[in-house]
Write a protein that binds this ligand. Structure first.
Ligand code: NAI
Ligand code: MG
Length: 356
């Protein structure tokens, strides 16, 4: 009997529901066509509508609910009616931290049909970005005093722990080791930030000893932006803090061709908790309901989910179908095409049909 996976589907806000429903169609079609695994998506209505009704983004038993699933597929959170820090902390950050989804993995690759603005020998880039996802600058520590006064003060405290740094750096070395180039760049800012970032550097040097077959270097985050643009071929796997990699991964997605195709995985590498897979983009207010959201970032996230669940072969086949469709020029407007979201879904489903 084939394995059956239970997936929590959390479409969220904005174009989230559009790209998640597109992805469910494609993954269900893949499972049915291959017949090698089964997959069931259960809809969970968390998001801004839920917040407007219940005064909270997640149900009270959200973590217990999520733990019943093998993985989660998430769309986006964010609504023009609610300040972004309320929505982000209410939903996404309320899951990532408590479930200890500490590794945020973002593959970045130039796709057929996308244009890499860089002048590289291969015509594109192929990087793996690893972002610390549970602490750092997004720990939520800090406060505001003298609110509204001219002398108002606010602090945002970055928390870096030995446990938190060591586990992400180890994960990044393992990731680099699994790739053909076996090269890791550790990004910090240890010149001006002389405590937490220096601890990152020290731990990187110590963990590196366990990976003699992986070459590595370190880079200050500002210099890394320059290297990404001018020496893209020198880069393979990158690891850095929550904030630094948040920014570098958007830059990387743009350099690869589009934010609309960029996937991400929020992983608990210990596998004690279900991991959460989501496109890098947000709610995209400007295109909601127009039927033109690019679903590829969510398709690719679902492919990453299948790999994580152990369905490597199905994942590779799905990626091939997506790439064939992009190569055939069936693209949404953000990539210069004229296809609708559903047009891309139908084209990928036809490619999947050919796998029979
Ligand atoms: P965004 O990613 O939503 O949009 C940026 C630009 O990219 C827009 O022009 C949008 O139309 C375009 N875009 C994004 N995804 C696309 C897709 N799949 N297909 C075609 N075009 C696409 O970022 P923005 O505007 O900064 O944020 C909007 C809202 O989303 C905010 O509330 C923000 O907090 C939230 N957000 C949520 C994220 C998440 O849930 N993980 C991540 C980023 C932002
Ligand atoms: Mg971001």
């Amino acid at each position: 009997m084939s394995t059956s996976y239970q997936i929590a589907s959390i479409p969220g806000d904005g174009i989230g529901p559009e790209v998640v429903s597109a992805t469910i169609q494609v993954v269900e079609k893949l499972a049915k066509t291959l017949g090698t695994f089964q997959i069931n998506f259960t809809h969970i209505p968390w998001g801004t509508n839920y917040y407007k009704e219940h005064g909270r983004y997640l149900s009270e038993d959200a973590l217990t609910t999520l733990r019943k699933y093998d993985a989660g597929l998430f769309g986006a959170v964010g609504d023009p009616d609610v300040p972004d820090h309320i929505s982000l902390w209410g939903l996404l950050l309320a899951i990532r931290g408590p479930l200890q989804l500490y590794a945020n993995v973002r593959p970045v690759r130039t796709f057929p049909g996308t244009k890499c603005p860089l002048n590289t020998a291969t015509g594109g880039i192929d990087w793996m970005l690893v972002r610390e996802n549970s602490e750092g600058e997004y720990s939520g520590q800090g406060g505001r005093s003298h609110v509204g006064q001219p002398w108002e003060a606010a602090t945002e405290v970055a928390i870096f722990t030995r446990v938190g740094i060591e586990r992400i750096i180890r994960f990044a070395f393992e990731t680099a080791q699994s790739r053909p180039r076996k090269h890791l760049t550790v990004v910090t800012k240890s010149n001006s930030m002389r405590n937490g970032m220096v601890l990152w550097d020290e731990i990187a040097a110590s963990v590196a000893k366990d990976f003699p077959d992986v070459t590595w270097d370190k880079m200050l985050v500002d210099a890394m932006t320059v290297r990404m643009v001018w020496k893209p071929e020198s880069i393979d796997t990158i690891v850095g803090t929550n904030l630094h990699m948040d920014i570098l991964s958007d830059l990387a997605a743009a350099l690869a061709g589009s934010i609309g195709i960029a996937p991400s995985s929020n992983l608990d590498p210990t596998r004690k908790n279900p991991s959460l897979f989501e496109p890098v983009h947000g709610s995209a207010f400007d295109i909601i309901g127009k039927g033109i959201a690019n679903p590829v970032g969510t398709f690719w996230s679902a492919a990453e989910m299948l790999t994580w669940l152990g369905e490597k072969d199905a994942s590779a086949k799905l990626m091939q179908c997506i790439e064939n469709v992009c190569a055939a020029g069936i693209l949404t407007p953000d990539l210069g095409g004229s296809s609708s979201t559903q047009g891309v879904v139908d084209a990928v489903c036809s490619e999947i049909e050919k796998l029979k």
